[in-house]
Design a protein around this ligand. Structure first.
Ligand SMILES: [Zn+2]
Length: 696
C-alpha cells in the first residue's frame, strides 16, 4: 500500500468524497458509455490513492466507497438485466514486485503456513476486454451476461452466440451446470480495421480495442455484433454443479479441452521469483501480442486454499492483478503543426500515425517548444516512441530516426495565423507572434486587455460584447475599431439584448476615452514586458507616444549592422530604472512589425492622448529621494515607487548622501547599514502607509 502524508481527518474525508465521485464518474464513462476520458494509469492512480486513504482512515470509509462497487450500474442499458448466480468479482492490483511478495506473504499468514511453504500460483496475461459470464447447462450455452456492477449484468446471450470462439455446446464431459468466465475482446488488427471502416462510413470511432469490444457486444441488435470481429478467452468460472479438478491450472486446462480458448501464456509456478520472471517475459512480448493486455494475473493454484481464503469486499484474497507500468509505443510523426495560443505563443503539435498507447489511441502529441524539437531532433516522417505516463497528454520520449547529419526541422519565424514575425526573446524558449492586436489567435484576449480597468477602462465593453463584435467583424482592424463601433449603431440596436439605453451608455463610455491617459493606452497595447509601471516610466521620460516611437526607431537605426541585422542596444539606453534589454527589444519587435505600425497609426487617428504628466500631491516627502529596501509586506516594490512618485518624491535604487529617507521592511541588509552610517532617517512600512494616508 502506498504511504500517505500526514493529513487531517477533515481533509481525508473531503478527499475521499471527491475520489468516490470521480471514480464513479470514470467508471460510468468506461463501462456504460464506452468512452473513457482519462488513461487507465490515471484511473489506477485515483483508485490507489483512495485505497491508501481507506487504509489510513478505516472509520471514514464511505457507504459509496469505490471498493464496494464493481464496474458500473447497468440502469441505462437497453438490454435486459441478469442477476449473477455468483457475484462477478474484480481483482486487487499490484504495481510493484514488492506488492506481489506481500500478496504471497498475506496468503501464507492467512492460511497459517510456515514461511518456507511453497504457494503454487498460476500466472496469465490480463487481457483488456469486457468480462462476461457464459452459463452452460448440460453442456449447452443457455445464457451470457456482462459483469455490470458485479451482482447484476446485462443479458447478451444472442450477441455472444455470434462469437466464433464461444461454442454453443461444450465438447467432452462438463458438469451439469458450469459458468465459464472470461474476457470478450477485439484483436488489435481487427480494431484498426474496424475503426478505419467506421471512419470511412463517418460512424463512431472507438477510443481503444476494449471500448470497441464493449460497444460491439452491448447491442440490442445482435446482427451488429455478428459483423464485429469479437474473440473470447476464459480465465475462470462462476456457479458450477461440480468442481472436476483440485487446482486452478487443471481446471483451466479442462475448460480448454471443452473447446473454449484459454490464454496460451497461462503458466503454473512455485515461487514469487518464478512468477515475476513470467511477468517480465510477458511484458517483453506485450507489443507483439495480437491483443491489448494491461498486466498479469496471479491466482493461488490450490482450490481448497482458494475456498479458505475467500473474499474481502469485492475481490478474492487468492488473486491479484500485477499491472504494467505506463506503456510506450512506436509510430510515425507525420507532421508538425504550429498552434498559436491566446497570448501569442507558438506551440508545435506532432501529428502521429494513430497508435494505441496504454489502451488509448494517440494521434497528437505536444512537442512543447522549439528547444524540445531540437532536443529530440525530430522531423516529419521520423519514427518516434510515444509514452503515456501519469499525465493524460502523451509525449514523444525518443526519436528512432535521429540523424545528426541531416538538416534539422526549421521552426517557423512567422505566425501561421496572421503572418506577423514570430520571435523568441533573448533567453526564452517560447517563440511568440508579434502581431498582438491584429493576430486572429490573440485578438480576443488582447482587446479584452485593451479595454480592461488597468488600461483604457471602458465600462460596459465586457468579454461578451467583445466576442459578439469580433464575431460580427466589427473589431477586425484592432483597437481603433473600438472607436468606430458607433458606425454600427443601427445594426446593434436591431440585435437581441441591446436596447437604446445600453447602446448609448456604451458609446458614451467609449467617447469618454478619446483623450486617454497615454501610459494606460501604451499599457493597453499589450507589448511584452511593458506593464503598467514600465509604461508610466517610459512616458515620464518621453512624454508623448509619438516621441516614444521616434526614440525606439532611433535606437533601431543606431544599433544595427550594415546588412540590417539588429544588435542589442545598451541595457540602460533609455536611462530609466527598470527598463532594460527585455523592454528595449520588445519595443523594437513591436515597431519592427509593419502590422503593428499600421495599427498604431490607425489608433492614434482615433484618439489623442495628452502629453503625459505625473500628478503629484503635496506631502511630507515631496521633493525627497526615498529608497525602499527589504521585504515589503502590503505592497509590491513597483507600487511603493508609484506611491512615492505620486507624493512628489523620487524613488532611488541605492542609498547615497542624496538619500533623504529609507523605508525598510524585514530582511533589509546593507542598505540599512549604509543609511545608519550616513545618519539617514529610517522608517518602516507602517510609517510609510501613514505618510501616504496623511497626503489624502
Ligand atoms: Zn499571429
Amino acid at each position: 500500500m502506498t504511504e500517505i502524508e500526514p493529513l487531517s481527518e477533515a481533509d481525508a474525508a473531503n478527499e475521499m468524497m471527491r475520489l468516490a465521485k470521480a471514480i464513479a464518474h470514470h467508471n460510468r464513462l468506461y463501462h456504460a458509455d464506452d468512452s473513457p476520458e482519462i488513461s487507465d494509469a490515471d484511473y489506477d492512480a485515483l483508485v490507489r490513492r483512495n485505497n491508501a486513504l481507506e487504509e489510513a482512515f478505516p472509520h471514514l470509509i464511505r457507504a459509496d466507497s469505490p471498493n464496494k462497487l464493481v464496474g458500473a450500474a447497468v440502469e441505462a442499458s437497453p438490454l435486459a438485466k441478469v442477476t449473477h448466480a455468483q457475484r462477478m468479482m474484480s481483482l486487487d492490483n499490484a504495481f510493484a514486485d514488492d506488492d506481489v511478495a506481500e500478496f504471497v506473504a498475506r496468503v501464507r499468514r492467512f492460511l497459517n503456513l510456515p514461511e518456507e511453504a511453497a504457494v503454487g500460483l498460476t500466472a496469465e496475461d490480463k487481457i483488456d476486454g469486457l468480462s462476461c459470464s457464459l452459463r452452460y447447462e448440460q453442456g449447452v450455452l443457455v445464457q451470457a451476461a456482462t459483469r455490470g456492477d458485479g451482482s447484476v449484468g446485462e443479458d447478451v446471450t444472442p450477441n455472444v452466440r455470434t462469437i466464433s470462439d464461444i461454442p454453443e455446446k461444450l465438447a467432452g464431459d462438463a458438469p451439469d451446470v458450469f459458468e465459464i468466465r472470461g474476457e470478450i475482446y477485439m484483436a488489435k488488427a481487427d480494431f484498426a480495421a474496424l475503426n478505419a471502416a467506421q471512419q470511412k462510413a463517418e460512424a463512431k470511432v472507438f477510443a481503444n480495442p476494449r471500448n470497441a469490444a464493449a460497444g460491439s457486444l452491448r447491442q440490442k441488435d445482435a446482427s451488429v455484433t455478428a459483423a464485429r470481429p469479437l474473440r473470447f478467452l476464459a480465465h475462470g468460472w462462476g456457479e458450477v454443479s461440480a468442481v472436476p479438478a483440485a487446482n486452478q491450472y487443471d481446471m483451466m486446462r479442462l475448460i480448454e479441452s471443452w473447446g473454449v480458448p484459454v490464454s496460451p501464456l497461462l503458466g503454473r509456478f512455485d515461487s514469487v521469483a518464478d512468477v515475476l520472471a513470467h511477468y517480465r517475459a510477458i511484458e517483453t512480448r506485450r507489443a507483439e501480442l495480437p491483443y491489448d493486455i494491461d498486466g498479469v494475473v496471479y491466482k493461488v493454484d490450490r482450490l481448497d486454499w482458494q475456498a479458505r481464503l475467500g473474499f474481502v469486499a469485492k475481490a478474492p484474497r487468492w488473486a491479484i492483478a500485477h499491472k504494467f507500468p505506463a506503456e510506450r509505443a512506436q509510430t510515425t510523426l507525420e507532421a508538425i503543426d504550429i498552434q498559436v495560443g491566446r497570448t501569442g505563443k507558438l506551440t508545435p503539435v506532432g501529428r502521429l500515425t494513430p497508435v494505441t498507447v496504454g489502451g488509448v489511441v494517440v494521434s497528437n502529441v505536444t512537442l512543447h517548444n522549439r528547444d524540445e524539437i531540437g532536443r529530440l531532433g525530430v522531423r516529419p516522417g521520423d519514427r518516434v516512441v510515444v509514452q503515456r505516463a501519469g499525465d493524460v497528454i502523451p509525449q514523444v520520449v525518443e526519436n528512432l530516426t535521429r540523424d545528426e547529419a541531416r538538416d534539422p526541422y526549421v521552426f517557423p519565424d512567422h505566425c501561421p495565423v496572421c503572418g506577423s514575425e514570430a520571435v523568441a526573446a533573448e533567453g526564452e524558449v517560447d517563440v511568440r507572434c508579434t502581431g498582438g492586436l491584429i493576430c486572429g489567435a490573440q485578438k480576443f484576449e488582447r482587446l479584452r486587455h485593451f479595454v480592461s480597468r488597468g488600461a483604457l477602462d471602458i465600462e460596459g465593453l465586457g468579454e461578451k460584447s467583445i466576442a459578439e463584435f469580433l464575431e460580427l467583424g466589427w473589431l477586425d482592424k484592432g483597437p481603433a475599431d473600438v472607436f468606430r463601433l458607433h458606425e454600427h449603431r443601427d445594426e446593434l440596436l436591431a440585435r437581441e439584448g441591446w436596447k437604446e439605453k445600453s447602446v448609448d451608455n456604451l458609446f458614451a463610455a467609449i467617447e469618454a476615452k478619446r483623450q486617454p491617459d497615454a501610459a494606460r493606452l501604451l499599457f493597453g497595447l499589450g507589448i511584452r514586458h511593458v506593464g503598467a509601471v514600465t509604461a508610466r516610466d517610459l512616458l515620464k521620460r518621453l512624454v508623448t507616444l509619438p516621441a516614444l516611437r521616434m526614440a525606439v526607431e532611433q535606437m533601431n537605426e543606431m544599433y544595427r549592422l550594415e546588412d540590417g541585422t539588429r544588435i542589442p542596444a545598451p541595457a540602460n539606453y533609455f536611462e530609466i530604472d527598470g527598463v532594460g534589454t527585455a523592454v528595449n527589444e520588445a519595443l523594437r519587435d513591436f515597431f519592427h512589425e509593419p502590422h503593428n505600425r499600421a495599427l498604431w497609426d490607425d489608433l492614434l487617428s482615433e484618439v489623442s492622448p495628452p502629453p503625459f504628466v505625473v500628478e503629484t500631491r503635496a506631502s511630507e516627502v515631496s521633493g525627497m529621494t526615498v529608497v525602499f529596501t527589504g521585504k515589503l509586506e502590503t505592497m509590491s516594490r513597483d507600487e511603493a515607487k508609484a506611491q512615492a512618485e505620486a507624493l512628489g518624491a523620487k524613488a532611488a535604487g541605492s542609498v547615497s548622501a542624496k538619500t533623504d529617507l529609507v523605508v525598510a521592511g524585514p530582511g533589509a541588509g546593507s542598505k540599512l547599514k549604509q543609511a545608519a552610517a550616513l545618519g539617514i532617517r529610517v522608517i518602516d512600512e507602517a510609517d510609510w502607509a501613514a505618510i501616504v494616508a496623511a497626503a489624502g
